[in-house]
Design a protein around this ligand. Structure first.
Ligand code: ZN
Length: 175
């Protein structure tokens, strides 16, 4: 089994910015610890980050957020990016659309994606969906993901488990 850790939108905008929340902030220590563990085990780490431009369709729904090159699109300061880590800038909920991610995962020989970050019901779920379409097994540790509200979070975890066969677990069990 070749696992890859994908850290979804742990960027300022979704943690302490326009769409930030206490719930997103509460998972920081768990995500930091998991990234550290992945690094120590040689598991590749991919940061998937919103980096919008003014023509992105999504802005008509959410307004301007996490604009490319802005503070909002920067990875939160608690997470360190090291030289072997990969950053994918994305323009929509899924990091698989119009990016090199599918090729990168293929090159790595990945078969299992551990997906963490925010929001559970939006970007995490949409990445899980595309991963599933491309044949990857997905694992979501529930203590490393958050939505703005509890209900959306719980519904999304159940949906991923039943529709995409995602393993919903805890971060102490994934690596
Ligand atoms: Zn966005």
């Amino acid at each position: 089994m070749k696992k890859v850790l994908i850290v979804e939108d742990m960027i300022n905008e979704f943690v302490t910015g326009k769409f930030g929340s206490d719930r997103a902030q509460s998972i920081i220590p768990n995500v930091v610890a998991l990234v550290k563990k992945a690094r120590s085990l040689g598991v590749p780490i991919i940061f998937s980050c919103d980096a919008h431009t003014l023509t992105d369709k999504e802005l008509s729904i959410w307004g301007e957020h996490a604009m490319k090159g802005s503070w909002g699109s920067e990875i939160i300061p608690e997470l360190t990016v090291e030289k072997n880590d990969i950053i994918i800038e994305k323009n929509t909920y899924s990091a698989f659309v119009d990016t090199k991610l599918p090729d990168i995962l293929k090159e790595m020989g990945a078969d299992t994606l551990i997906i963490v970050g925010v929001s559970t019901d939006i970007c995490v779920q949409n990445n899980v969906a595309f991963a599933y379409f491309l044949g990857y097994k997905t694992i979501v540790p529930r203590d490393c993901t958050a939505s703005i509200d509890e209900e959306a979070y719980e519904i999304s975890l159940k949906y991923m488990q039943s529709i995409y066969g995602t393993e919903i677990t805890t971060s102490d069990k994934v690596l």
